[in-house]
Design a protein. Sequence first.
Lengths: 115, 114
Amino acid sequence: EAGVAQSPRYKIIEKRQSVAFWCNPISGHATLYWYQQILGQGPKLLIQFQNNGVVDDSQLPKDRFSAERLKGVDSTLKIQPAKLEDSAVYLCASSPSKGAGNTIYFGEGSWLTVV
Amino acid sequence: KQEVTQIPAALSVPEGENLVLNCSFTDSAIYNLQWFRQDPGKGLTSLLLIQSSQREQTSGRLNASLDKSSGRSTLYIAASQPGDSATYLCAVRKYGGSQGNLIFGKGTKLSVKP
């Protein structure tokens, strides 16, 4: 079974530029998550989708971050304009449904450096 | 506000030792607690998930316990191997929170020496 795919794996941009990350979840997984992990810290949820609807985006900085999941499969996370403090690993994850106890499967992450 | 703390931040042990990683949380109103493993440059792998009504979960050489009333969880690794070297993160899901809205600790970086 293929895992969660993310691209690009690494990106270096200048502050105020924009960047987009793509995620393809495990086939059949209805729930998709984007997390931000700053070096030395645990991940923080940015947004959770159930199919193509948003379940939780309470921690998404909406003035600069946006995410979509058209057709309930792939998802894109965009940052515009980027700030230095956005340097982090952006982890995409998926799980079969919203049900309690479902394991969350993580991708390998997209590493962003803002200079 | 829920806070999750993991002690120690780093741990180095010789191969074959049994070891315990600690996780504490400030608010006992949790839905579940999970332990994850993260290898350098990789995403997270779920190891064990304990529902709030459970006391422990076991998988192979791993055993995780949960004492919700005291706000503590431990991850016990038996007969450690060099391949166990990684960062171990615990995370809690609070009541009323979405499934993915986990509060993570900063992790314990484990190094198992051959």
